[in-house]
Design a protein around this ligand. Sequence first.
Ligand code: GCU
Length: 606
Amino acid sequence: MLERSQLAANALQALHDEDYDVPFNTQSLNHDGLIFMGGRQQTSMNGDWTFCVDLLDTGLRQKWYAMLPEAPENRTEPWDYDPYMGETVPVPSNWAMLKEKWYFFEGSAWYTRPLDLDEIDGTKRQFLRFGAASYDCKVFLNGEFLGNHYGASTPFCVELTGRLKPGRNWIMACVNNTRTRDRVPMRNTDWFNYGGLYREVSFFETPKSLIRDFFLYLVPDGTYSTLRAEVTVDGPELETARLAIPGLGVALDIPVDETGRGKLEFSARPDLWSPETPTLYDVTVRFGEDLVTDRVGFRQIERRGTDILLNGEALFLRGISVHEDDARLGKVTTEEDLRRRFADARDLGCNYLRLAHYPHHERAAQLADELGFLLWEEIPVYWAIDFANPATYRDAENQLTELIRRDRNRASVIIWSVGNENPDTDARLTFMQGLAETCKNLDPTRLTSAACLVNHAQNRIEDRLADHIDIIGLNEYYGWYEENFEDLAAIGVNSNPDRPVVISETGADGVIGEKGPQKGLFSEEYMAEVYRKQIGTLRQLDYVKGMSPWILYDFRVERRQNIFQNGYNHKGLIAADKQTRKKAFRILSDFYHQIAASEEKAREAS
Ligand code: GCU
């Protein structure tokens, strides 16, 4: 903490130092600090935090984080901001949704709250966990900078062990959502740049020896008879971890080597997970005093030629794309919002969702496991990215690693996607090939993809990245952006992909009711007609093995300000009220229910 006299010195020095932020960009809170959270006891840190926007980073320049919580009457110098008193905001929240004056705010904002501890248990380790913070989150404890995390949508942990004191401790987070050239995504996106601590924050303790990571899966060898457990532990050496899956009569020791890693393959014949039969098994892992739990489904996803197979059976991914966006909550996810999302997808006839364009809340994949949906999850390597910048690659790979480590025990997740609509350049190919390899290194059980673009010059599906991913995602908007609809059929004929194609996006804007025109662009009728024509053409292409049209709900975006869009993208099959369905909903729903019925008939016949 700063002595009072230093404050003035700081303020003066800060006027001339434009490198003030360099010491606060360690990115030391990345994936290697992650702790496996299965079933851990957590103390919620949600609720009111003192809050202040800080457009010019005065807080970092003047070191607000180091000021003593001095009573105002005892201060001898003026404070430009008082971290300990004043305006509060609820965590989780996006500041854009809280006050009109913060709607378009992009910059740093300070969150402060106390952490009161009667005593510090010296036999334990103490951590904070942030579900996500958009985008750069610098964490301070009692005036000490502990590190920062890059990436707007993945969890991170901060170890506090040895730094806490009995009684009142102060936590500060400086969250900055500025768009910059080196970030992932870069500066230009078609979704709203919500900033803030918008997922849960919690405090938790572990024994000195803890389970840092745990991965359990069905070995994808087509026999459905071998499971593999991988565990990473941390702390004083112990010989083994103990795995139990009561539903399978499994209770086994996993030997742990000197690096803290353990792996074990063993025979088991679990009931297979699928959307129709979403069977989950309770799992526990013990290591010394530490105990974690999870609920895991076992299934195999693979591709053979242009087929996608789940548990050996070819299937069509009847999907829809979704953003994390809510007219009232911004990017904050609630249980109710998630359950409505899956209920609407079920009505639509979906067995699959594309969680675009960034890692969604971890609860989404947990619910998809329980309800029986397949998921495409992705990192926001979106449009223009600084592909030649090693720091950008490090950021992208970290976000991907955090996503995979968070969700790789989720049976519902079948595809990791490494990008969306990126220009086919050499730098981009190297960058995304590296990410695709990272997926396989971290998780040999899932398929990889990316939302690629049509090669318009050749009028066919062609992207050099296709050789390095399992499924070719394809974003095409014939009938909307690409006006010559006949080209879509031509592309179908001109293309001969050797692996499955999933139409990762297609669609059109349709403004509901009297707010939109009754015919022509932006009318509901025009949108419905695009869906009719798209479905009529795509159903002819036998290498198209799935679709996730753009998008389930209308969503907020800064860049669309014409008289029909008013700061929203209106390609939703349902309006932003998440109630009013548009004509195109029924058109897609009829198509999906037909596919489901024919697949059911084929299953009965076999
Ligand atoms: C692109 C992009 C989406 C965007 C959509 C649109 O394909 O991937 O993020 O919202 O098109 O223009 O509506």
